[in-house]
Design a binder for this molecule. Structure first.
Ligand SMILES: [Zn+2]
Length: 303
């Protein structure tokens, strides 16, 4: 038995898992943001709810673990930012602790229990607030030992011209320290930035996608440019990884016509030709973080 967690800046959600098909939710708590002792205590409280000592715990979290130092970068939760989270929690809780970021856990969930079932190579792509990804091969997370496999959202990959007819796209500064990342134009905030740049109008991504589906010409231009900018780096990532399915998670994955349009554009830009959808909405619509963490914990050894 393992206990898995999905931890964000507002809530800690826990579950007890005996297998990927048997996950029972435990209590949901508010995330302590400024006190690591309280943070660890909250996890301990949830573990006690499971009744019995788990073999290990596995955590899906917003944040990135540095492959060398094992320190986590997590701006949303200051009390863990910069800590060696696995080691520090393990010391307090007396249990092995596995940590993976939420994009990696999404990829694991889709590979094990979602749109990626039956596929050897699954590239999970997040189009949420920003852009992320994770790579699972033969059921194993490629990032498990540290690294950034499947992270197609960062690096100066965005074209200088995009759309039909082409328009110049500035290289926007990214939170990772680089410029011109897919993350700056591909998620919800990126869509809003593109719309502002192209039309001088500050709309939310929900407003833009609603207008687009109603036939608004400015929103269509924004989506046309976004799909063009996102599809080339995603297609290259598909070529490099050999992924045969790309489940998409995050808020924009709920806009089904947008995912269908990205799918069409990506399939036109890759070497292998598929006569079926390749980029598809993820199927784990409820708690992909918990499902992915459960699969991580059930399959993995402690780090
Ligand atoms: Zn970046």
């Amino acid at each position: 038995m393992i206990v898995c967690f999905d931890i964000g800046g507002s809530a800690i959600k826990g579950a007890v898992a005996h297998s990927a098909d048997s996950i029972q939710p435990l209590g949901r708590r508010t995330t302590p943001l400024d006190d690591f002792g309280a943070f660890a205590q909250t996890l301990g409280d949830v573990i006690r709810e499971a009744g019995g000592k788990p073999d290990r715990i596995a955590i899906s979290i917003t944040g990135v673990v540095d492959p060398e130092s094992r320190a986590i970068k997590c701006a949303n939760i200051p009390c863990i930012d910069g800590r060696k989270l696995s080691a520090d929690l393990s010391a307090v809780l007396g249990l092995p602790v596995l940590v993976a970021n939420d994009a990696d856990c999404f990829a694991l969930a889709e590979a094990g229990a979602g749109a990626g079932r039956g596929h050897r190579i699954v590239l999970g792509a997040i189009l949420g607030t920003g852009v992320g990804g994770g790579l699972v091969v033969d059921g194993r997370l490629i990032n498990e030992d540290g690294g950034f496999a499947g992270e197609w959202g960062h690096g100066p990959a965005v074209a200088a011209m995009a759309g039909t007819p082409p328009v110049a796209i500035p290289a926007f500064d990214c939170g990772c320290g680089q410029r011109g990342c897919v993350d700056t134009i591909g998620g919800a905030r990126g869509m809003e930035r593109l719309h502002q740049t192209l039309h001088g109008k500050a709309l939310t991504s929900e407003e833009i996608t609603t207008l687009w589906q109603e036939g608004d010409s400015e929103a269509e231009r924004t989506i046309d440019v976004l799909v063009d900018l996102v599809s080339s780096p995603l297609a290259l990532t598909v070529n490099i990884t050999g992924a045969t399915i790309v489940p998409v998670g995050g808020g924009l994955s709920n806009v089904t016509p947008l995912i269908a349009r990205i799918d069409k554009a990506v399939r036109a830009r890759i070497l292998r030709k598929f006569d079926r959808p390749l980029v598809v909405p993820g199927q784990c619509r409820i708690e992909p973080g918990l499902i992915g963490a459960a699969i991580l914990g059930l399959g993995g050894e402690a780090q």
